[in-house]
Design a protein around this ligand. Structure first.
Ligand code: ZN
Length: 441
């Protein structure tokens, strides 16, 4: 018999059953059919017999050796026995146990190494503070839009990328990551989902979908509603930051519409074509509204679909004409032909909370013409420059008065103290003057 049996029972009927189950001729053919061995006590199904026999009899296949240690191979049922001598495809039970233990030791070591890397990151993240007053205008707008989506989770808790899916019509990942890269949002490994962070070749990686982000406390006022509420009413003057954010948002709004049109026509734009389209759309949005760009997307997608039905065009080659068609439409419009602006947002296609923030603060929406939007932001910026002139005059007065009075050092020390306390340059200048009238006489 090619199978060696080891009994864990002394019951003669069980021993007989096991011997009959495994009995084979010189060719490895079993002498009896499994169904002929049944019923055996409570076992009536052929499929259950092998498992029952395993309870009291271990079987080792004489035709197989473990490919790791050359030891005997234990088998579970008839189908696993081999008819000719060979090395096993899997390790024997002992080798498997050893491999499992080695694997567990390795996993525990790499968990410990990972913990060691993450603990200081978590500690640093928890002790970081930022100055809300110094945040860029576009960062503030994105934070307001995130807050509109997730409420107190922004100011008191933690949140994930998925929580921000409805930031724009094309999701929120790019915008959240932007704040993360700027250090406005931080990640705390201690509260991330399991397996969010991992080591690969000694480098620390993370899966951003599993990461948890948070807004660190303000330098002066800490975390929470009161600290953040000042940002709701701050003066926004950075034309470049606001313009770029508006274009980023609007491009997303137009691209969402193009994807929708392409899916209706079964058109597939490759990444290169999409990049060209985004460039053209961004260019167009400096002059036209999102709705006007939707109209162009609708037209070029429809025209490409019509082209695809011609014999010398495939669906792919027709779709590849879309970027050029968009440029063409923009050229026609630039030459004076009117673009429709009453195009409506498709039902399932949201404006997103960033769109709502632009609407609340500046009254902008999909019908706002790009040229007007850019002009609006530029006018905010020139108001900002006026403030700059006043500030520079204030600084000149401050310096001249203290130089004339020979009191530069105490004045600068008082000013520096206030800046260190977190005041802006302008506020610190005014406070120094107000608190120390003697220095300026
Ligand atoms: Zn082995």
């Amino acid at each position: 018999m090619a199978v060696r049996l080891e009994f864990l029972t002394q019951d003669p009927q069980e021993i007989e059953l096991a011997e009959r189950y495994w009995a084979m001729d010189g060719e490895g053919v079993y002498l009896e059919r499994v169904s002929d061995l049944l019923p055996f006590r409570e076992v009536t199904q052929p499929g259950a017999l092998a498992k029952h026999v395993r309870h009291f009899c271990r079987a080792y296949d004489g035709n197989q050796v473990c490919h790791v240690c050359n030891g005997e191979m234990r088998i579970n049922g008839r189908s696993e026995a081999k008819k000719s001598p060979q090395r096993s495809s899997r390790p024997c039970g002992d080798c498997q146990k050893l491999q499992r233990e080695e694997e567990e030791t390795r996993a525990a070591a790499s968990r410990a190494a990972l913990e060691e890397r993450l603990a200081p990151i978590s500690a640093r993240a928890r002790s970081t503070v930022i100055s809300y007053a110094d945040l860029a205008d576009d960062s503030v707008l994105i934070l307001l839009a995130i807050e509109a989506l997730i409420g107190p989770k922004l100011l008191q808790g933690v949140f994930s990328l998925r929580d921000c899916d409805e930031l724009t019509p094309m999701g929120g990942d790019d915008f959240v990551r932007r704040l993360y890269r700027r250090g406005v949002l931080l990640d705390d490994p201690a509260v991330a989902e399991a397996d969010a962070y991992f080591l690969k070749d000694g480098e620390l990686w993370h899966k951003s979908a599993l990461v948890r982000y948070f807004l660190p406390p303000d330098t002066l006022m800490g975390r929470g509603e009161e600290a953040f509420s000042l940002q709701r009413h701050r003066e926004l003057t950075d034309a470049e930051a606001l313009t770029n954010l508006w274009l980023d948002y609007s491009v997303a709004d137009v691209m969402r519409y193009l994807h929708y049109q392409c899916s209706l026509h079964g058109q597939d734009l490759g990444s290169e074509a999409l990049e060209k389209v985004e460039g053209a759309v961004r260019h167009g949005l400096r002059r036209y509204s999102v709705a006007q760009m939707w109209f162009i997307m609708w037209k070029v997608s429809k025209d490409a679909a019509a082209l695809a039905s011609r014999s010398y065009y495939s669906r792919e080659s027709a779709a590849a004409t879309i970027p050029t068609k968009i440029r063409k439409q923009l050229e026609i419009a630039d030459q004076g032909s009117a673009l429709r602006n009453e195009w409506t947002r498709p039902e399932p296609h949201i404006a997103g909370s960033l769109g709502m923030v632009f609407n609340d603060l500046f009254g902008l929406d999909e019908y706002s013409k790009g040229a007007d939007v850019l002009e609006l932001f530029a006018s905010l910026s020139s108001q900002g420059r006026d403030d700059g002139v006043e500030l520079s005059e204030l600084a000149t007065t401050f310096m001249n008065a203290t130089l004339d009075g020979g009191k530069s050092l105490p004045a600068l020390e008082a000013f520096a103290d206030l800046v260190r306390a977190g005041l802006s340059t302008e506020d610190a200048l005014w406070e120094t003057i107000n608190r120390n009238p003697a220095l300026f006489q």
